[in-house]
Design a protein around this ligand. Structure first.
Ligand code: ADP
Length: 661
């Protein structure tokens, strides 16, 4: 039975666990090398109560606290983004997400630096009134640039090159990280930072105009283009996040005139939104991907169950065999066909299911098949046998179907014992039929041949009798003699026709190229008297050369044209036309008359030997002519058939091979 080998991961990967341990140990190690994380409070100047001063300080620092909370929330969102983007990459293997995730994270790092420096938690030499606006401005420029660069990386490269994978992601992350570090280092180590605030002018913070323009450009051109090329919820969220980004810059560039003022705080709040939008996009994308994967896995589970049912209930025996020739899976039909119990076939070498004589060569053949791996029937041209557990052999037919992805082969085995019996029975019957047919033909030939001589005697002596004693006998005797002569003549014709029919088997000539115009002329010559008597007009098209036995084909033309003359309608002028056209590489002939016609129910019957549609008094004949035609055409690998309109005329069609073929 099939088992699910897709084990769910239930542990956190070892490097992550090691990282957590390292983070836990890090403070202790830093303590050991002298770093102190304690926030020591200094003693108060005399006369001041501690609570009043602390309250006062809290009031004074409320702007800084708000700033920190807002910035830090934005930074936390950036951290979530980068983690989620890598998780998304792990599932979808799409490198756009982690690269943009890293870009957003680096922008977040700049924001974190800006906050930490403002809170004096990072040593920076410039004073706060310069440091906060400058680091803000520089982190915004960086934010806009890094987003545009991150997204543009994918716009410039064709989709096929995006398979680069993790090394590309890590490379880009390193470059972004270094860039952020250089900027942070510059800000921290320069005491005189450029002025970024001009409270009295229209544009209060000109440095924010740069990111404003960049975000407008990104929101209108870069992000939508990226979305078009890589449609996803995440890409869409980038387009949307341009809205808060632009709003931030408008507040800062045209509104904020002092640290922690209204526009300043609104801009900082909007920054959280600007990070949350891609975070939401990424989360939705992740959820959607996860759900669709789940749906796919449910679908594959359904398919697997369906396959299992089909496999188990198949009327054929099915075996799945691995590249070592071991049975990995057998359905119930296979188990019962080979006479084993439930699990006995599992891991059994496939050679155990075949007669001893096959076993030596089979491993090599199996090996060769594993290299070629295409679906085919096994043992072409020879009889195959299976071996039951009880040692009995039985005839089988085997189809092989490779399951390439897993180096397995599905063998379909059919027990053909009954069919073989039936085939054998049919073969014997056919042989018997052929034998008796041969004997019959032989008999007909011998009989008609040997009967000719005595019949000729009967016929000639009765004719002699009639001639010599006609005047001496009475009328009755004369009539009797006449009947006898007539009977003998008819019997002679019959026997001659029968002999012609038998000779078709015994006198076989080699096929040569035959001009059918000559066959036509020959028939017309032979039938000249009848044609004359009936006033028939016979015409023909230019007829082709065909491949065949000239003698037999002459007979064919004569019989068919002869019939067309014979079965004419006395009320009309009899017309016969012979034509031929090339169809499917063969010549199709048509002998058409306007005679009495044939009813459709007799179309088949008239080709059977001795079958006639008229009495001898109406039309003379033996009923052998068309049977001879049919046999001749069969010997020439063609077809003969009739089409007719009763009372209007008849068309006999037959096909013959081209002379070249
Ligand atoms: P026969 O002519 O000696 O009777 P055939 O085998 O040649 O024997 O023909 C079998 C029967 O098919 C004929 O008895 C006749 O009824 C019918 N038949 C053959 N050719 C034609 C034809 N051209 N038009 C009408 N009937 C035909």
């Amino acid at each position: 039975m099939i088992t699910n080998n897709l084990d769910r991961q239930t542990t956190i990967p070892v490097p992550i666990v090691l990282g957590i341990i390292a983070v836990c140990l890090l403070p202790l190690i830093l303590n050991l090398i002298g770093v102190d994380f304690g926030s020591t409070s200094r003693p108060l100047p005399p006369g001041q109560t501690e609570s009043i001063i602390i309250d006062d300080l809290f009031y004074r620092l409320s702007g800084a606290f708000t700033h920190t909370i807002l910035e830090w929330s934005a930074f936390c969102a950036a951290i979530f983004i980068v983690f989620l983007s890598f998780a998304h990459y792990r599932v979808v293997k799409d490198i756009t997400t982690p690269v943009i995730g890293v870009a957003l994270f680096c922008a977040g790092c700049m924001d974190a630096f800006h906050t930490l420096a403002a809170d004096r938690l990072i040593e920076a030499v410039a004073d706060n009134t310069n440091l906060i606006p400058f680091t803000w401005a520089i982190s915004r420029v960086f934010n806009a640039l890094i987003m545009i660069i991150g997204v543009s990386l994918f716009l410039l490269r064709p989709r096929s090159e995006l398979k680069a994978g993790l090394p590309f992601v890590l490379g880009v992350s390193t470059v972004f990280g270094l860039l952020a570090f250089v900027i942070i280092d510059y800000c921290a180590s320069h005491p005189n930072l450029p002025q970024t605030m001009y409270p009295d002018s229209l544009i209060t913070r000109p440095w924010d105009v740069g990111p404003l323009v960049l975000f407008i450009f990104a929101g209108l051109y870069i992000f939508p283009k990226f979305y078009k090329q890589h449609p996803s919820i995440f890409a869409y969220s980038l387009v949307v996040c341009a809205i808060p980004e632009i709003a931030i810059e408008l507040h800062m560039a045209f509104g904020s005139t002092a640290l922690f003022d209204n526009h300043f705080n609104i801009a900082h709040f909007l920054k959280i939104i600007a990070y949350l939008v891609p975070l939401i996009g990424l989360t939705l994308d992740y959820v959607q991907t996860y759900l669709s994967k789940e749906e796919t896995s449910r679908e594959s589970e359904r398919l697997k169950n369906r396959f299992q049912q089909i496999f188990d209930n198949s009327p054929n025996a099915l075996l799945i065999v691995n590249d070592k020739g071991e049975v990995k899976l057998a359905n119930s039909m296979a188990i019962s066909m080979f006479g084993y119990e439930d699990d006995e076939l599992n891991s059994m070498p496939i050679e155990g299911l075949m007669p001893r004589s096959y076993r030596t060569h089979h491993p090599a053949q199996r090996e060769a098949y594993m290299h070629e791996m295409n679906p085919r029937a096994m043992g072409a041209g020879r009889d195959l046998y299976g071996l039951r557990k009880n040692g009995l052999e039985f005839p089988v037919e085997i189809g092989l179907n490779p399951i390439e992805s897993e180096s397995l082969v599905l063998a379909t085995i059919t027990d053909v014992t009954e069919r073989k019996h039936y085939e054998e029975h049919l073969r014997q019957q056919k042989e018997e039929l052929e034998r008796s047919n041969e004997q019959l033909e032989q008999f007909a030939y011998v009989a008609s041949h040997d009967l000719q001589e005595p019949l000729r005697m009967v016929s000639s002596y009765t004719q002699l009798l009639a001639k010599r004693y006609k005047s001496q006998l009475d009328q009755d005797a004369n009539d009797y003699i006449e009947y006898a002569v007539d009977g003998a003549v008819r019997m002679q014709t019959l026997i001659q026709d029968l002999l012609k029919f038998s000779r078709l088997n015994t006198h076989v000539q080699e096929f040569i190229s035959v001009d059918t115009n000559d066959l036509y002329d020959y028939a017309i010559d032979n039938l000249a008297v009848a044609i004359d008597e009936t006033g028939t007009v016979v015409t023909k098209d230019q007829l082709p050369f065909v491949q065949g036995d000239a003698g037999q084909l002459r007979q064919l033309f004569q019989n068919l044209i002869g019939n067309a003359v014979k079965y004419h309608d006395p009320e009309k002028m009899n017309q016969i036309h012979v034509s031929a056209e090339q169809l499917d590489g063969q010549w199709q002939f048509c002998i058409e008359d306007n005679g009495i016609g044939i009813e459709p129910k007799y179309y088949e019957r008239i080709f059977v030997i001795f079958k006639r549609l008229h009495g001898k008094s109406e039309y003379k004949g033996t009923g052998i002519g068309l049977a001879i035609c049919k046999k001749i055409i069969e010997k020439h690998h063609g077809k003969i058939w009739v089409e007719s309109e009763f009372g209007q005329g008849t068309r006999f069609y037959f096909t013959l091979m081209n002379a070249e073929s």
